[in-house]
Ligand binder design. Structure first.
Ligand code: NAD
Length: 355
């Protein structure tokens, strides 16, 4: 068995962050016992709680540590909202590492209430510009202006990313915009998708305005495969998609660039549940599944995904959001044990040749 050690950054974050990350580490520890994958964890501090101690939510030493890693798991963090307060850690890291594609899958899972069966879509959100560029100012007292920056270059690279994903799945791409109102900015985005799609003649394209897209996501969620859109529209649409398949407790996101990947649950720090060992860690476990795929550890990623589905199918361990009473740590432990158990079952099947 050849093993490669991957250095990964772990930012537990705050609020429910440390609890969901601890549960996820149980699963990562388990997978390393049954697959030839080794992970070296480099833990760092980041989040609003750092501001008092370091004057920033992303301390310099954390950033230096992350630069030594291939990828990181970012737990949820609280983002201060006062004008002049630091930008969200996620937004800062996306910009520093140029993580231009935000990939958010939503699929129907067993024992998770879903609006319809058979949903399996991925929303790809442009991750570096749009209204998230955070360029806003008060032009005169009471007159705020935010700049929505959309470039051809950023739109083309995220369009290409989404088209590649579509080519490896069901050859369907929906591009979402508001080009009838934002004729210049969304005109650039739309044209970029159309230009890039010429290299993918087999991909069936669908053009949707953001307003009707939010409605169609409820009406016919099973019909979507890959959806590509700009930053803020993607943020809103992916939370909607998460709710369609059972809520934030199971929704994960990957932030991918050409040289780095950051993986996170879609949800935030849910302060009201802090310290209760109550919330669902599956969103974070799904995030590390995507991280293993990104690291080229496909077999390990598949094992984590299958173990999660199996635990949900059995329905014995379910957190409050799935209608159960199990703890965060119970879910982490159940999925970790299933990873181990499924590996020994398949080893026994290989050892016992068929008649
Ligand atoms: P939130 O996602 O933290 O929580 C909203 C609600 O969703 C919770 O009250 C809970 O009912 C449910 N929920 C969230 N995670 C869950 C889980 N794992 N299991 C079960 N239920 C879960 O959103 P919020 O309350 O609007 O934001 C709290 C803080 O988090 C804010 O400061 C916000 O800016 C920040 N935030 C951070 C990120 C991030 O770090 N990427 C993302 C979203 C929000």
């Amino acid at each position: 068995m050849s093993t490669k050690t991957h250095k990964i950054g772990i930012l537990p974050g705050e609020g429910i962050g440390p609890e969901v990350v601890d549960a996820t580490l149980m699963v990562l520890d388990a997978i390393q016992k049954v697959e030839p994958v080794r992970l070296e964890y480099l833990k760092g501090e980041a989040g609003a709680y750092c501001i008092e101690k370091y004057g920033t939510n992303l301390p310099k030493q954390t950033l230096e540590m992350l630069k030594k890693t291939e990828a990181c798991l970012k737990g949820p963090m609280t983002t201060p909202e006062e004008p002049g307060s630091p930008r969200s850690v996620a937004v800062t890291l996306r910009s520093i590492f140029d993580l231009y594609a935000n990939v958010r899958p939503s699929r129907t899972l067993p024992n998770v209430a879903s609006l319809k069966p058979g949903i399996d879509m991925i929303i790809v959100r442009e991750n570096t510009e749009g209204l998230y560029a955070g360029k806003e100012f008060e032009a005169a007292p009471g007159v705020g202006i935010a700049m929505r920056i959309i470039t051809k270059a950023a739109s083309e690279r995220v369009a290409k990313f989404a088209l590649e994903l579509a080519a490896n799945r069901r050859n369907r791409l929906t591009y979402v915009h508001k080009g009838n109102i934002l004729k210049i900015t969304d005109g650039i985005f739309k044209q970029a998708v159309l230009d890039m799609s010429r290299a993918y003649p087999d991909i069936q394209l669908e053009d949707l305005h953001i307003d009707i897209a939010t409605a169609q996501l409820i009406k016919r969620p099973e019909s979507f495969d890959i959806v590509v859109t700009t930053n803020l529209f993607g943020d809103i649409l992916s939370d909607e998609a998460a709710q369609v398949v059972g809520g934030l407790g199971v929704a994960a996101g990957a932030n991918i660039g050409d040289h780095y990947g950051m993986f996170e649950p879609v949800h935030g720090s849910a302060p009201k549940y802090t310290g209760q060992n109550k919330v669902n860690p599956i969103a974070t476990i799904e995030a590390v599944k995507m991280m293993l795929e990104y690291l080229g550890e496909k077999k390990a990623a598949d094992r984590v995904g299958k173990a999660t589905v199996r635990v949900l199918e059995e329905g014995k361990v379910l957190t409050y959001d799935l209608g159960g009473t199990s703890k965060t740590s119970d879910m982490g432990k159940a999925i970790a044990e299933k990873v181990t158990q499924m590996a020994s079952t398949s080893a026994r099947q290989i050892a016992a040749p068929a008649d």
